[in-house]
Design a binder for this molecule. Structure first.
Ligand SMILES: [Zn+2]
Length: 428
């Protein structure tokens, strides 16, 4: 539907996605690298036949547009602008807030990636896509797969199970698998094993250009609303995929020329004590700190914003977060639970909507940037509020829990047991 090719960041090799179907990796023998999408339409265009993400379809690697289309809302806060002395402060609200026409019913910007990734699946694909998640991604994929009858299997660690819910019952085309007593990385590893079975394939995470360009539409919504590329972009990061996506999309906007020539400075934040990317960036290191798995797991489980807990983020990979931070003059912040909660309560009190913990972390980093003077008062600032409105959604009694189809113990994560158990829920 959209016209694009894929290019390897590391070696520049170009691929036609139409033939490969769902390409995630370069086939040259170099180190790990992301692919990027090059769209034949060079100017930023809007298809006003669509209301949400699909109005940006010329810059999405998709084969179809679904009827239901998540929408990022750009808004301002008089109270926060005044108290922080930032007249050009803007928020990208991704979540559920009916009065503002914010329509993401799973209350997270992960709907943007689900809506793009599912629209990239080749026609006639009979296999089931495997997606691993720490919570929000899984919820978004289950919701959209249920709405669109897409074949998706979601793997989550057990701690994420309370966050598996949607606005409609889980469809027959999708399955939810839970790994007990595990962290996000272990759920990813189980997902990788399931994806090796012949009737499955991996969604690909950060390597999926549809996932990144779907999330990158947050910046397009801002450019549309503000008429320019913001000077600064704030986001809390777990894998950093959303920030990589904003960086990539900013370069496309500069090529258009009408929205400015400079990409935004990236201001990214992590939640103490799980701060591996902030620590590496603070030391200007491409490699993540080599900390024992036990220690990393216990820190990952300890954080308030649990979705920010990826132990193996796409940080070092070519075209990944280290490259994005280097190119965009990036700054990383670390935020405590108390700091996040305090600004979250303040936002809710002034604006009347609850924020996801990760969005609270991003908002807390804005306060730190003001204190550290890493932004100037007159600068144009965009804060990506990556989730919000979950409490409001629950209060509106619209929440339907998704029950697991299959539970795994960690000692069952071996090829034979996986095949047997998965066959019990997926007819093949
Ligand atoms: Zn390559």
């Amino acid at each position: 539907m959209s016209d694009y090719s894929l290019r390897c960041v590391e070696c520049g090799k170009v691929f036609e996605d139409s033939e490969a179907g769902f390409l995630l990796d370069c086939d040259e023998g170099h180190g790990s690298s992301l692919l990027q999408a090059d769209y034949s339409v060079m100017d930023f265009t809007l298809d006003t036949d669509y209301d949400g993400i699909y109005r940006f379809r010329d810059w999405l690697p998709i084969r179809r547009c679904f009827e239901y289309s998540p929408r990022t809302v750009i808004l301002e806060s008089e109270e926060l602008s005044a108290s922080l002395g930032l007249p050009n402060l803007h928020f990208a609200f991704n979540g559920y807030w009916p009065e503002k026409e914010a329509n993401m019913l799973t209350c997270s910007f992960k709907e943007l990636e689900a809506a793009a990734v599912l629209a990239r699946i080749p026609d006639g694909e009979q296999r089931m896509m495997v997606v691993a998640s720490a919570g929000n991604t899984g919820r978004a994929f289950l919701e959209y797969a249920s709405r669109t009858n897409s074949r998706v299997l979601v793997v989550v660690p057990e701690f994420a199970l309370p966050r598996m819910w949607g606005s409609i019952p889980k469809g027959n085309s999708c399955k939810l698998v839970v790994l007990q007593d595990a962290d996000y990385c272990e759920a990813i590893e189980l997902g990788n094993e399931i994806a090796k079975l012949p009737q499955f394939y991996a969604e690909g995470g950060a390597k999926n250009v549809a996932r990144r360009d779907g999330m990158g539409t947050v910046l397009l919504s801002a450019a549309e609303a503000l008429g320019k590329i913001p000077d600064h972009y704030f986001q809390a990061v777990g894998s950093g995929t959303g920030a990589i996506a904003a960086w990539e999309m900013a370069w496309r906007l500069t090529a258009d020329g009408r929205y400015g020539q400079r990409i935004p400075r990236l201001h990214l934040s992590q939640n103490i004590p799980f701060t591996i990317m902030a620590d590496a960036w603070g030391n200007q290191q491409r490699d993540l700190p080599n900390i024992p798995v036990e220690e990393a797991c216990s820190k990952a489980k300890a954080i308030y914003a649990s979705v920010l807990s990826n132990r193996k983020p796409p940080y070092s990979i070519s075209g990944g977060l280290f490259d994005a931070l280097s190119d965009a003059g990036g700054i990383m912040y670390t935020v405590t639970e108390e700091e996040a909660k305090a600004v979250g309560q303040r936002f809710t009190a002034s604006e009347g909507i609850d924020l996801d913990p990760a969005a609270e972390v991003a908002l807390a980093s804005l306060f730190k940037a003001v204190a550290a003077k890493t932004i100037a008062p007159e600068d144009c600032i965009l804060v990506n509020l990556t989730g919000g409105g979950a409490q409001r959604f629950a209060a509106d009694k619209r929440l339907i829990p998704f029950a697991p189809d299959l539970m795994f113990r960690k000692d069952e994560v071996n090829p034979e047991t996986i095949q047997t158990k998965v066959a019990s829920i997926c007819a093949y």
